[in-house]
Design a binder for this molecule. Structure first.
Ligand code: C2E
Ligand code: MG
Length: 977
């Protein structure tokens, strides 16, 4: 009896709770909660979190007022971000937000950046973000807390090893997003931690099809872990569930997952995190904040992963059930009668009764919903009819609008015609009495030409007196031709002196004869075309001149060059073409702004223009490129001397506004017709030679040589190969140790890139870095270098080497990227290391090129704890005096100084002075390229801090560095001790 009573009470309580849950949705939401998700709807991990958040809030009568699926991950560009920003600005203007829930790193980043501007500066709760990224993003923000998402990598590997004791090979599947790669790295580290003999293979660079092929042939001692995976290496996007279904169907080894939404779709199991649970915990925190607890006072928490196994997979791989941990949740397990205990049966009955109750309520619910649906359909039909009506009237409106447009067009035409007629009537009219040689002018005509009394005597005399000398003859010829019947009309454009100045006129007329055929009269009109002529000449000028500098432009150079080539070929002479490019002009432009750059171009153009003379023609090709054409030269030597003179123009510093600085130019020289007989060939030759001058260190000229064609072709091939090198994983980083002179211990490494090209074999950095710089490819390459070096440093720290630092070479092109500082900080944060363990090497000359701009960026990086190394010191401007103003920590003395130490035992030589000065400024010194014992002894004597060079070690692979560190832990650098 008590059991039955308990059941009845339970049913009653259930119905009350159920009704409350169903109908509580109608209750008014108290706060405005915004959920931000940077993925699109359908991405299970964030959808589950969103569900967890929404459901948890509903339980306390709160509703998530706004859910924004930003869909930013599919198009992660600055433009898209701007569009989202603008959209939210409009949407949330005047709305108050009480709480922001951000369910992934990008959403958190967005929320923190714009909450003040867009979302009422509401407190932020994050979920689904791992600890290192979350801590990095929230650093410096007060009103934010949340739930970390740290998958249990090691737990999952241990689970796999327990299920398959023969496990030796672990394959990792993750995508190449930041998040994916981080997961991949952590999975690899976890595998090694559990058992160092596990062989770990990452499949992230394979396409979907290749992964399927690989999985189909895995040996029995293998298992696969799938991390964050929503697109393959070719960019093919799929829901993670589809991926895992397909992978599992093909794989000959079990798949393990880190997130619970993959279980049941083919994964054997794993220590999984639940998106729903993340959302629930985050909403729990959100509730506390809404209740008045400050976000800053709530520590972020972290759910534990739980073991979950799919029974179907246990059966498929024949895993003995005793290998499954007892605490694991097993899904898809078939129900077994013998498993049921007596209490189980009672619970079953109670559940059955409850289910019946629920079904009854659901049926009632369905009836209500059908009624509502019917009503909706009726109003939908009404709305459709209304819409059709509106569409029809819109069509009518459009027709009327088109008609109006046609009428307007017709009106405009007739107005134009009217204007023409009016202007025609405004022309001056004249009438020439040939027999008496008297010309009568209409009032308008007399006024236009300033003729007193409206009449003149003797037409030809009038012409002779008023048409400028040298221009009279064609006018008289046209007149006589017409009088003699050679032309149907007289028509002539010429200049005419008037009391108001020289005017251009168009004179038209027709002669009249009497019955005897004698010419007696001629009448016609005169139009003032001065304005038209002025416009024509402006247009003509613009067509052949550069608007900024006033020099001739490419079109007029083309004409002139063609003529020069022909005349040289006829006269068996030579001509020369100098193609000039200002060195580092881009840097000047980027640093001081375009209008400053323009002013500099005008000054340079004036300097060239002074050389312009009968035989020399100067033109601007565009940008910072100029051409000087020498119509004739007697010899190649003369052309070279001219190129030298051009370089000398820039020997003195230039003053542009209040700034005075030195600029240089690079010149490509080609001779015609020997090097080429068409303008195109000559431009190409001179351009190639100019690029060669740049390669040779700039500020020089180079004479074209036919071999340059081959070099250019090879360079293009190299450039193409370089474009594919990152995708083909052809780069490798080597690390060269930097050794402390006083202790003999390794202090850190310089990361040095190597390229193993499929087409060219091993290529040294000197052979490709400058091509990468010119093509901009250095930016992605540099990112790869930084990421790899940071990753390696992270791995070393995990091995216990906490005091090392790796330095990375940076190119000027990278430094000029607007987001350079952010990208460096991001790479460091992603690797989970702190900035003191990273150094950036900047060459001295690069730093000097655009001083203020670079300095500010480096200073900012330095404020963040990153070390700045001044590389190749002594090779550039050798500006010892600048040293004290630079934001640097370390000076690397160039190898050329170190080489000198072998020769002369100078007490106070340059190297000793540089080291001493560096110390005085509180900087550390590194000697580069130390090769001999003698150099080392001298450097010890000079108190140099660190050495780098073949004497200690060549650049080594990661594996070799690990071995070297293991050895040097007990025995310090042998050569130095
Ligand atoms: P660097 O920054 O001055 O690097 C030092 C160069 O000297 C390295 O050449 C290194 O292998 C070499 N070296 C070190 N010790 C000795 C020695 O005892 N004797 C001799 N003869 N050479 C020694 P590497 O690796 O060929 O690099 C050449 C240059 O390429 C570097 O000069 C650097 O400017 C550039 N570079 C290398 N890796 C990168 C990179 O990842 N990014 C960028 N932007 N440039 C890089
Ligand atoms: Mg370097």
């Amino acid at each position: 009896m008590p059991l039955i009573r308990a059941v009845v009470v339970a049913i009653f309580a259930f119905i009350v709770v159920f009704n409350a849950a169903i109908f509580s949705g109608a209750a008014e939401s108290q706060h405005h909660i915004l959920i931000l998700n940077s993925y699109q709807h359908g991405f299970v991990w964030s959808d589950e979190q969103t569900d967890g958040i929404v459901q948890t809030f509903r339980q306390i009568g709160e509703d998530a007022s706004y859910v924004e699926d930003m869909n930013w991950q599919n198009d992660p560009t600055e433009d898209n971000l701007r569009v989202l920003h603008d959209r939210y600005r409009l949407k949330y203007a005047g709305k108050h937000i009480d709480l922001i829930m951000a369910v992934d790193p990008a959403a958190l980043d967005f929320a923190l950046k714009y909450k003040g501007e867009l979302f009422s500066d509401a407190p932020v709760v994050f979920s689904g973000v791992n600890k290192s990224i979350a801590d990095w993003l929230v650093a410096g923000h007060g009103d934010v807390t949340g739930v970390y998402a740290e998958p249990d990598y090691e737990g999952t590997v241990r689970l796999m090893a327990g299920i398959n004791p023969k496990l030796r090979n672990i394959y990792l599947i993750y995508d190449n997003s930041n998040w994916g790669i981080e997961t991949g790295e952590k999975m690899a580290v976890a595998a090694q931690r559990v058992n160092t003999s596990f062989a770990v293979t990452a499949l992230n660079l394979l396409s979907y099809d290749d992964i399927l092929k690989r999985l189909a042939a895995l040996p029995a001692d293998s298992a696969v872990i799938v991390g964050a995976y929503s697109r393959d290496s070719t960019g093919q996007v799929m829901d993670g569930k589809h991926f895992i279904k397909a992978f599992s169907a093909t794989s000959s080894a079990p798949l393990y997952a880190l997130y619970d939404h993959y279980i049941g779709y083919g994964a054997m199991g794993g220590m999984v995190l639940s998106g729903q649970r993340q959302g629930e915990l985050a909403a729990g925190i959100g509730q506390r904040i809404l209740a008045g607890v400050p976000a800053a006072s709530i520590m972020p928490n972290q759910p534990t992963a739980t073991a979950c196994i799919d029974f179907h997979q246990i059966e498929r791989f024949g895993v003995p059930i005793q290998r499954i941990p007892s605490e694991a949740t097993i899904i898809n397990r078939p129900a077994c009668y013998y498993d049921w205990s007596a209490s189980g049966i009672i619970i079953g009955i109670v559940t059955g009764v409850l289910a019946l109750g629920v079904i009854a309520m659901l049926l009632q619910n369905i009836r209500r919903r059908k009624l509502a649906e019917k009503e909706l359909r009726t109003s939908n039909a009404e709305l459709t009819a209304l819409f059709k009506e509106m569409a029809a009237s819109q069509e009518v409106l459009q027709c009327q609008y088109r008609e109006l447009e046609i009428i307007k067009e017709a009106l405009a035409k007739s107005e134009e015609r009217y204007k023409l007629h009016f202007e025609g009537a405004n022309d001056g009219l004249w009438d020439w009495d040939i027999l008496n040689d008297e010309v009568y002018f209409s009032d308008r005509c007399a006024e236009m030409l300033g003729i007193v009394d409206g009449k003149i005597q003797n037409m030809e005399q009038y012409f002779a007196a008023n048409i400028p000398p040298g221009e009279l003859e064609p006018v008289l010829t046209a007149l006589h031709d017409h009088l003699q019947g050679k032309s149907l009309f007289y028509s002539c454009e010429h200049r005419l002196n008037t009391p108001y100045g020289l005017k251009w006129v168009l004179a038209r007329g027709k002669v009249l004869s009497n019955e005897a055929g004698q010419r007696i009269r001629m009448a016609g009109s005169i139009t003032d075309i001065t304005e038209r002529k002025r416009n024509e000449s402006t247009i003509n000028y613009l067509a052949y001149h550069d608007s900024l500098t006033g020099l001739a432009n490419r079109a007029s150079l083309n004409d002139r060059l063609k003529r020069a080539i022909i005349s040289c070929m006829e006269g068996k002479d030579f001509g020369a073409l100098l193609f000039i490019d200002i060195d580092n002009f881009k840097v000047i432009n980027d640093t001081f702004g375009h209008s400053y750059g323009d002013r500099l171009l005008v000054i340079v153009a004036k300097m060239f223009a002074r050389m312009d003379s009968g035989n020399i023609f100067v033109a601007r090709m565009g940008g910072d490129e100029f051409v000087i054409l020498l119509d004739t030269v007697r010899s190649v030597r003369e052309a070279k001397a001219y190129a030298d003179r051009t370089l000398q123009l820039f020997a003195e510093p230039l003053k542009v506004e209040d700034k005075e600085f030195r600029i240089t130019i690079s010149v490509g020289l080609t001779i015609f017709p020997t090097d080429g007989a068409t303008a195109e060939d000559l431009f190409r030759n001179a351009d190639l030679a100019m690029y060669r001058a740049k390669d040779q260190g700039k500020n020089c000229y180079v004479l074209f040589d036919k071999k340059m064609d081959d070099i250019a072709r090879n360079r293009m091939i190299m450039e193409n190969s370089l474009r594919n090198a990152i995708a083909n994983s052809e780069f490798k980083l080597l690390y060269q140790p930097l050794v402390c002179v006083s202790t003999g211990k390794i202090k850190g490494f310089e990361a040095l890139i190597r390229w193993h090209s499929q087409e060219h074999g091993w290529v040294q950095p000197d052979a490709f870095v400058h091509i990468a710089e010119e093509t901009g490819l250095i930016v992605p390459i540099g990112r790869w270098v930084l990421k790899t070096a940071c990753g390696f440093m992270g791995a070393l720290q995990q091995r216990g080497y906490q005091k090392l630092r790796v330095s990375v070479n940076i190119s000027v092109v990278e430094l000029q990227q607007r987001d350079f500082v952010e990208s460096v900080l991001w790479a460091i944060a992603e690797a989970g290391i702190s900035p003191e363990h990273i150094g950036l090497e900047i060459t001295e000359s690069l730093l000097m090129e655009s001083f203020d701009y670079n300095i500010e960026k480096l200073a900012e990086l330095r404020r963040n704890g990153i070390n700045i190394y001044l590389d190749d010191f002594g090779t550039g401007y050798s500006s010892l005096k600048y040293l004290k103003n630079l934001p640097i920590d370390v000076v690397k003395i160039d190898k050329s100084f170190i080489d000198d130490l072998d020769n002369e035992p100078i007490e106070n030589g340059l190297t000793a002075s540089i080291i001493e000065l560096a110390h005085r400024l509180g900087l550390q010194s590194v000697a580069e390229g130390v090769e001999t014992e003698r150099q080392l002894q001298e450097l010890i004597r000079f108190n140099c801090d660190m050495i780098q060079g073949f004497l200690f070690s060549k650049p080594l692979t990661e594996e070799k560095i690990v071995e070297l560190l293991a050895e040097s832990e007990c025995e310090l650098a042998p050569k130095i001790k």
